[in-house]
Design a protein around this ligand. Structure first.
Ligand code: NAD
Length: 456
């Protein structure tokens, strides 16, 4: 009989240092050996399992998640969203998310054919089939405005992530309905405020935020476009209340307002005015041509919404500014621009020269004071994902690729990033205030009216 056997501590930390065996009968010894072996094996198994979990996590982290994509409405924007999904990994290979073009929908057979040529696995004429498709997790809504509310709400209710074009409906009430649906469903949402993603604009925002131009005291934003500047420029869906809601307000002013609030902050008060300069135009059917089309016919229809809008406004800080948008100007082609003035400097940008930022710094004494050009380059926004050196131009579609990345990153991380429905509601409220102010009037007379017989 062994009085006391102390087992030495083992490297695997498994055996206990003063484990005492009271009896030395063979059964006990065998049982001890058996137990030790089982526990050692279990320990190894446990370590193997841990290793397996680490490898699995590594694989998951490095593995791309595939997202089935649906696009509803295959006009200009449907094609642009599709191209963005296709290109996003070329520019952001570490995204960790691979879009798969599953199904596109359009009422036009020709546009469905284009979608097939661009790589969709299938196309359908009924948008509900996109929403119901189990292989689709992410949906772009790029139809005319009248359909935004119904489709976007259905997308959210189906638990699918939503990239919807501005202005999200025919007015802010419809936008709010969609915002409510995405909030309830908890899905990620993106709204097409693409100009935020221009590297020169991103740089301007950083400069303003870091106080590089001092206190902002004066702002001007405009979108002066010429797409409908002739009487034979087509009356596409954009010109009718039922199809579009407002005219240039939702179409172009939405971008001006979003950029203003993105760069500087909320607009809190305004006085606005709208006008229709070309009251009749030739009609263009939905799904045919573009809003740049011209139509030869003597049959004209009434334009139902505004060609031009303008507003004088106040920021939360009390600083003042001016906003203007037109779809009928002669001269500028796609004149989206802003100029922001501060106590110590100023910044100016325009879409026609998208890769240039004008920057002015107030100096104590400098005869050359005024704007100088900063060319967008690596270090400004996401420029470096497209070109290696400053001054090599990026284009409009590149902004949409950056936007697609923003959207897919939000989905990947389960973390909403702007611009989404919240930002669109904030813009919609400003657009609605311009319409309200216009309806109310509120003009001050500067000249006394001329009374007959008194003129000079
Ligand atoms: N963010 C931007 O820079 C930008 C630029 C242009 C347009 N937009 C917005 O994108 C949206 C689309 O504009 P667009 O210029 O591409 O218009 P578009 O007329 O070129 O395309 C709309 C497409 O929707 C299709 N459609 C109509 N009814 C449909 C239905 N029931 N189901 C499926 N498809 C249907 C039409 O056939 C057409 O092909 C608008 O809301 C517009 O305001 C945004």
């Amino acid at each position: 009989m062994r009085r006391s056997l102390t087992t030495p501590a083992r490297a695997d930390g498994f055996a206990c240092s003063d484990w005492k065996v009271q009896q030395s009968i063979p059964d006990t010894r065998t049982a001890a050996i058996f137990l030790t072996t089982v526990l050692a094996a279990a320990n190894m198994k446990e370590r193997l399992w841990d290793r397996f979990l680490i490898v699995l996590t590594d694989m998951e982290e490095n593995m791309e998640r595939r997202f089935g994509i649906g696009v509803i409405g295959f006009g200009w924007m449907g094609r642009v969203h599709t191209t963005s999904y296709k290109r996003v990994l070329d520019h952001f290979p570490d995204l960790g998310v691979r879009p798969r073009l599953v199904v596109a929908s359009d009422v036009s057979a020709e546009r469905r054919h284009q979608a097939e040529l661009m790589g969709f696995e299938r196309t359908v004429d009924d948008w509900r089939m996109v929403v119901d498709d189990p292989a689709v997790e992410v949906i772009s809504v790029t139809t005319p405005n009248a359909l935004h509310r119904e489709i976007a709400t259905a997308v959210a209710e189906a638990g699918k992530h939503l990239w919807v074009e501005k202005p999200v409906g025919r007015g802010v009430e419809e936008t709010i309905a969609v915002a409510e649906a995405v909030r309830k469903a908890g899905v990620i949402n993106e709204v097409g405020f693409c100009y935020r993603f221009a590297p020169a604009v991103a740089h301007a925002r950083d400069l303003i935020a870091m106080g590089a131009i001092g206190e902002v005291n004066h702002y001007r934003g405009a979108f002066l476009a010429d797409y409908a500047n002739r009487p034979d420029s087509a009356a596409s869906w954009r010109f009718f209340r039922e199809d579009s809601g407002s005219g240039v307000l939702g179409d172009l002013m939405a971008h001006v307002v979003d950029l203003t609030q993105f760069l500087v902050g909320p607009i809190v008060r305004l006085s606005g005015r709208t006008a229709t300069m070309i009251p009749q135009r030739p009609k263009l059917a939905v799904g045919v041509g573009t809003h740049f089309s011209r139509v030869e016919t003597d049959e004209l229809v009434d334009v139902e919404n505004e060609d031009w809008a303008g507003a004088m406004f106040e920021f939360e800080s009390g600083s003042l500014g001016l906003l203007e948008a037109s779809r009928v100007v002669v001269g500028p082609r796609v004149g989206l621009r802003f100029e922001v003035h501060g106590t110590e400097g100023a910044l100016a940008w325009e879409l026609e020269r998208m890769n240039e930022l004008q920057r002015s710094k107030l100096a104590a004494e400098d005869p050359d004071e005024g704007y100088t050009t900063v060319f967008a380059g690596p270090g400004h926004g996401e420029f470096g994902a497209f070109q290696p050196g400053a001054g090599i131009p990026m284009g409009y579609d590149d902004l949409r690729v950056i936007e697609a990345r923003n959207f897919l990153l939000s989905i990947r991380d389960g973390e909403q990033r702007g611009p989404g429905l919240d930002e669109m509601v904030a813009t919609g409220r400003v657009l609605q205030a311009i319409e309200r102010s216009d309806a109310r009037g509120g003009w001050e007379i500067t000249q006394p009216p001329v009374v007959a017989g008194t003129a000079g």
